[in-house]
Design a protein around this ligand. Structure first.
Ligand code: EPU
Length: 439
């Protein structure tokens, strides 16, 4: 796998307005796979995870787990994980700071060992992203938690060092906090109830994974999750759900290039709000089978979008829809409510001719007849996908820089688009001197 440094010296060159056609395969879900890998710490026997996407973030999680004593063996999209010998080693900050999901290890480590230290991951490009809700949940379950020198020290009170079940109301249905508390609760003594829990499909996937190891969890996927703690979990072999955000991104690739494409495997119910919005805008999304969707293009109408926790419209699809709205008929209002700094792609879309004005967390998008290719810079993962999508539809050549963002979360996006017929290639600015000014 290439390193992030390599990718800072690469660009994607896209010749726009090439129609797409055919079928595309959807990889396993990044945001499930990352938390499931951490969840494997809950068990001291062998855990096998299948359908793992090939991503830099997954590679980083592998390194973080290895640093705390977990044994991992990956072959293709299958990884074997054994956390029998985990110790008190702290995950190195250099790795943790590059991957927020690394904080997921805190719940399983605390549940298994009774005490742990995890560096705070810090803010990121889309917002400050505090972990106060994770911490409050663990405290309610009997952990003393303090932060010293950027490291979270957590220790279970009492001589038995076992977390206690608790009733926890989340002020906000945070995905990460729900996952942290759910994992910790699987091995706690007694019953834990999480109210106002996140309902994202990745939560249900984590619950199913934990259940496959013998955990007792009810209600995952609703706003009230009940976990009855067990003494220990056992070995499992589990398949990660398809990535709903990758699927949504590829649906937009069809819509923005006015192309008919099919996607599988997907779980359409995970994409309900995305499919509803696309239909409202004109394109048809046809269920071709239980795990297969076909996008039939149509002229795109403007619409308003507001990001919300699941089952609302996902923040992880906001940037990609904005790329589509730039070419729609009419004016749209896009409101980002989940993260405070997730409109940085606007400036780059403007460089391609988009008509967008930003007021606070709202972007007003007025459709234009065409975008024109330009060198653009990805500012975060989903922004990078939005720029690729805009490049597919734009007149002329688009050069997308900042590919380390894209490679964090999309498994070979350009390969999949190329297979559909897109004129897209990754080039090293070192090899191609005409692009060296971009590096
Ligand atoms: N929040 C708090 N305190 C907390 C936790 C969260 O204030 O203790 C706030 C956050 O700052 C944010 C909001 O609550 O403003 C939502 O955060 P949440 O915890 O729900 O998100 P997350 O667990 O940090 C996951 C995904 C994100 C995705 C969000 C929302 C992973 C690894 N990440 O983040 O994925 O956007 O849920 O669905 O699961 C991405 O894939 O591009 C991505 C950013």
């Amino acid at each position: 796998m290439t390193t992030p440094l390599d990718e800072q010296q690469s660009v994607l060159e896209i010749q726009g307005q090439t129609p797409l056609r055919g079928e595309v395969n959807i990889s396993g879900a990044k945001n499930s796979a990352l938390v499931l890998m951490a969840g494997a710490i809950l068990c001291s026997e062998d855990c096998r995870l299948r359908n793992l996407p090939l991503l830099v973030d997954i590679e980083r999680m592998t390194q973080i787990l290895a640093a705390i004593g977990v044994k991992l063996n990956r072959k293709g999209d299958v990884i074997d994980i054994n956390a029998q010998d985990i110790g008190q080693d702290q995950a190195p900050y250099e790795l943790v700071s590059q991957l927020r999901a690394s904080f997921f290890v805190i719940g399983p480590l605390l549940a298994r060992l009774g005490m742990t230290r995890v560096p705070l991951p810090g803010g990121c490009a889309i917002g400050a992203r505090p972990v106060d809700l994770h911490v409050r949940g663990l405290q309610a379950m009997g952990a003393d938690v303090r932060i010293e020198h950027g490291v979270v020290h957590a220790c279970v009170r009492g001589s038995r060092k076992r977390l206690q079940g608790a009733k926890i109301y989340l002020d906000y249905p945070s995905v990460g906090a729900t996952e942290t508390i759910m994992m910790a609760a699987t091995l706690a003594e007694g019953e834990t109830i999480i109210e106002n829990a996140a309902q994202e499909p990745e939560i249900a996937d984590l619950a199913n994974f934990c259940r496959s190891m013998g955990a007792k969890i009810k209600g995952a996927g609703t706003n009230k999750i009940i976990i009855s703690g067990v003494e220990r979990l056992h070995s499992t072999d589990y398949c990660v759900i398809p990535d709903r955000i990758e699927a949504g991104t590829l649906l937009i690739a069809g819509a923005i290039t006015q192309s008919e494409i099919s996607l599988s495997p997907v779980f359409p119910e995970h994409l309900a709000s995305v499919i509803a919005k696309l239909r409202e805008m004109g394109p048809q999304v046809i269920m071709e089978g239980p795990d297969r969707l076909r996008l039939v293009p149509a002229p795109v109408r403007a619409t308003d979008i507001k990001t919300l926790p699941f089952p609302g419209f996902p923040t992880d699809m906001q940037a990609q829809f904005m790329a589509l709205l730039t070419l729609s008929e009419g004016s749209s209002m896009v409101t980002e409510t989940v993260f405070e700094n997730r409109l940085r792609h606007v400036a780059e879309l403007q460089r391609m001719g988009a008509d967008i004005r930003v007021k606070g967390n709202i972007a007003l998008v007025k459709g234009v007849p065409f975008l024109s290719g330009a060198p653009v810079m990805a500012t975060d993962l989903r922004a990078s996908a939005a720029l690729v999508l805009a490049g597919l539809a734009a007149q002329g050549t688009t050069l997308v820089q900042g590919l380390h963002h894209l490679d964090r979360g999309y498994d070979n996006l350009e390969g999949k688009l190329r297979k559909l017929g897109a004129n897209i290639r990754r080039i090293s600015v070192v090899d191609e001197p005409e692009y060296s000014a971009l590096s």
